[in-house]
Design a protein around this ligand. Structure first.
Ligand SMILES: [Zn+2]
Length: 472
């Protein structure tokens, strides 16, 4: 097949940015080359299609390591399924999402995995992989861990919260040891579930049932204790860990301390913890329900601590925890009690523009740091590098042509996400994905999907955590 050449752009990686041309053939990057080679290559590839991307940044396709599409909540299902969720991801420049497969009680991991494949296979417009959430641990499930590796699943998640999902500390310990043997990594939803229940019962008794009670039931101590406990268990298991959706300064301090003491601790946070704060829960007319997610939005002090951690390179990945529920219908299930509001917000589409505008354009982080937290680190941590996460010879031709000068405003009216609001309504953005290549094909342009259904399952390898040096 004839080649496609992206000419004149700046190729960004986690370590540098260079003016380079990129040649794509079929679904792979064939070569990356400097201007002085251009003439010879154009002569040889006389039928190549050349796209001029002068003035644009070329990033490896962004990776969102934390989504929940087509997820069944207790009384409803998420607004985005794999069809709309992966289209929204792609429109924003995200070419891989990692969703959470959840084992039901009594179910095998293989069965849970095939249920997720059924939902995603043939319905996805960006690539996808699965983390496995273990909710029912036993000998048989233990034996399935090596099978999961063969199926391309090398990352897991356990919950300390939610009655149907949470597991005991000893299960954390055993899963951490089993997954360590496979070279994988275990994430934890760090919230103390017993204490959420106890505080919720108190609030109910006091008649505090509105959305403003949500951050009280999920207060900072609830996360901080869970982070600390998880790190203690990981230390005893001698295993690396991932803290997903970290939201508090106190939790961050525990992670720092563990890193200093030689533990391998990966940290994920999400845009909501940079941009939304707990004053939103006091909005009138049940508007606060739009921001009910867990862990909840925190205070400025926590936001500042996370920005500082991002600037210092202490954050490894930024996921969205995209878990969308319609405000007009789903969120109203909890109109009479906050604890019944389905937890979650949309975000998969807007993560790149938010982090670029308020991270890179403000000078807080460089293009290279942005590349690391949006793509490269996740590719390594989740066993996809260098197939994903880098623009280099032999890598998948998943490339974002980024226009750093575009100016716009986030709005539910123009979003691809299939949900009736966005928590970032009205926020100004500078920069966006002008053109997105998936497997070498132009798949999205200027915020719209132009080629649907190209998404494939990513069979993942072991975790590569070498970018997080011990003691960092
Ligand atoms: Zn989640």
């Amino acid at each position: 097949m004839s080649a496609l050449i992206l000419r004149g752009g700046t190729v960004v990686s986690g370590s540098d940015s260079k003016k380079l041309n990129v040649m794509i053939r079929d679904d792979k990057i064939e070569t990356v080359f400097e201007d002085h080679e251009l003439e010879a290559i154009l002569e040889r590839e006389s039928d190549a299609e050349v796209i001029d991307v002068t003035g644009k940044l070329l990033f490896p396709g962004f990776i969102d390591p934390h989504t929940h599409f087509q997820m069944q909540a207790s009384k409803c299902v998420t607004a985005d399924d794999f069809d709309s969720g992966t289209r929204a991801a792609l429109a924003g420049g995200t070419t891989v999402i990692l969703d959470f497969t959840t084992q039901d009680k009594g179910e095998s991991l293989m069965s849970a995995l095939s249920r997720w494949h059924e939902m995603a296979d043939g319905h996805s417009s960006c690539d996808y992989g699965f983390h496995m959430s273990i909710t029912d641990w036993n000998e048989q499930v233990h034996h399935e861990i090596p099978l999961m590796t063969l199926e391309g699943v090398t990352s897991y998640k356990l919950y300390m919260a939610y009655p149907k999902l949470r597991v005991r500390d000893e299960v954390f310990y055993e899963v951490l040891k089993a997954v360590k043997n496979e070279g994988g990594i275990v994430g934890n939803h760090c919230e103390n579930g017993d204490m959420i229940d106890a505080l919720t019962a108190d609030l109910r008794e006091e008649g505090k049932l509105g959305t403003e009670a949500h951050p009280i039931a999920h207060c900072r101590e609830i996360e901080a204790e869970a982070v600390q406990r998880y790190l203690m268990i990981a230390k005893l298991a001698g295993a690396p860990v991932n803290i997903v959706h970290l939201s508090t300064k106190a939790g961050l301090e525990y992670a720092r301390e563990a890193r200093k003491n030689g533990q391998k601790v990966m940290i994920e946070t999400c845009p909501q913890y940079f941009f939304l704060d707990d004053s939103l829960y006091s909005l009138p007319d049940f508007e606060g329900a739009k921001y009910v997610f867990s862990p909840p939005a925190r205070k400025k002090e926590d936001q500042d601590a996370l920005w500082e951690a991002l600037e210092n390179g202490e954050i490894d990945t930024i996921g969205t925890d995209h878990c969308s529920f319609n405000f007009a219908t789903d969120k109203h299930i909890g109109e009479y009690e906050f604890s019944q509001i389905p937890n979650g917000i949309p975000g998969v589409e807007h993560r790149p523009v938010l982090m670029y505008t308020y991270g890179v354009q403000t000078g807080r982080i460089s293009n290279e740091s942005f590349c690391r937290v949006m793509s490269e680190n996740a590719a390594k941590e989740y066993g996809m590098y260098p197939q994903k996460g880098v623009i280099a010879e032999g890598s998948d031709a998943d490339i974002v042509v980024w226009d750093p000068d575009y100016e716009g405003v986030i709005s539910a009216e123009t979003q691809v996400q299939n949900v009736d609001y966005t928590p970032y309504e009205g926020m100004k953005i500078k920069g966006r994905a002008q053109l997105v290549f998936l497997h070498g094909k132009p798949a999205a342009a200027e915020g719209q999907v132009i080629a649907k259904g190209l998404g494939k399952y990513v069979h993942r390898d072991k975790a590569d955590l070498s970018f997080r040096k011990v003691g960092d």
